[in-house]
Design a protein around this ligand. Structure first.
Ligand SMILES: [Mg+2]
Length: 243
């Protein structure tokens, strides 16, 4: 009996040792609490679908702009784009705030802008370059403040995100963009001193499109006829005027 028991113990030891080779080591202590970012932030940070959506939007916009400008004179037309979560990615800021259990604040946002750590979104740089190559002007209309414009321009320059005008929000001015859209169209921006036909708008917020707001939803399909034609929306589940 004693021999059989000894054999059993040895067998268990040997099989246990072999099995342990195939298994990942079990940590003795729990790993550091994985920061549980909200799903929306995780999706932007991790999802292949997010990048797919961006490439899809930018490819569609490129094809439409190519088709719509075939007969236009170079220098007579422009596209208008938002910056944050349309051309540049600020998910790093969202993660930092989330891990602190905090949300957006003007002070923390300004500090983030000054760090110049936003990164280009997939498809954006190629689109901007293509518009320029086709003879179009690129105007960025962003609600980053005028006092944050230089740091924003530096991010664009670092990542070769080309543009002709960047219209930031006056520090004491309204967030509405229609006035700045008009400035680009009427030749009152660095994009051109002449009138420009605006052939496309791109943004992640309904306010990035002329005269639209959340109430457009109530109109149903007729309210969205320009989307996929002249208006191109990039998904942003993290924040927006929908909140
Ligand atoms: Mg935006």
């Amino acid at each position: 009996m004693r021999t059989r028991a000894l054999a059993l113990v040895l067998t268990l030891l040997v099989t246990g040792a072999c099995a342990s080779v195939d298994r990942a080591p079990v940590p003795r202590t729990s790993p550091p609490a994985a920061a549980a970012e909200p799903e929306a932030i995780r999706w932007v940070r991790d999802a292949a679908e997010y990048h797919a959506a961006l490439y899809q939007v930018y490819r569609l916009a490129t094809a439409r702009v190519e088709a719509d400008t075939r007969t236009r004179e170079p220098g007579t037309w422009a596209v208008i784009l938002d910056a944050d979560e349309t051309i540049i990615n600020n998910v790093g800021y969202q993660i930092e705030r989330s891990r602190l259990g905090l949300g957006f604040s003007p002070e923390s946002w300004n500090a983030w802008v000054k760090r110049r750590e936003a990164t280009p979104l997939p498809g954006a740089a190629a689109f901007l370059a293509r518009v320029r190559a086709l003879g179009g002007k690129v105007a960025i209309v962003t609600n980053r403040f005028e006092s944050e414009c230089a740091d924003t321009a530096a991010v664009f320059e670092r990542h070769t995100l080309v543009y002709d005008a960047m219209l930031c929000r006056p520090d004491d001015g309204p967030s509405e963009k229609n006035t700045r859209f008009a400035a680009v169209a009427e030749g009152r921006s660095t994009a051109s001193p002449n009138r420009l036909e605006i052939v496309a708008w791109l943004g992640d917020n309904i306010h990035d499109f002329p005269s639209l707001d959340q109430s457009v939803r109530a109109q149903g399909a007729p309210g969205f006829t320009d989307f996929g034609v002249r208006y191109f929306v990039v998904p942003n589940p993290m924040y927006g005027s929908w909140q």
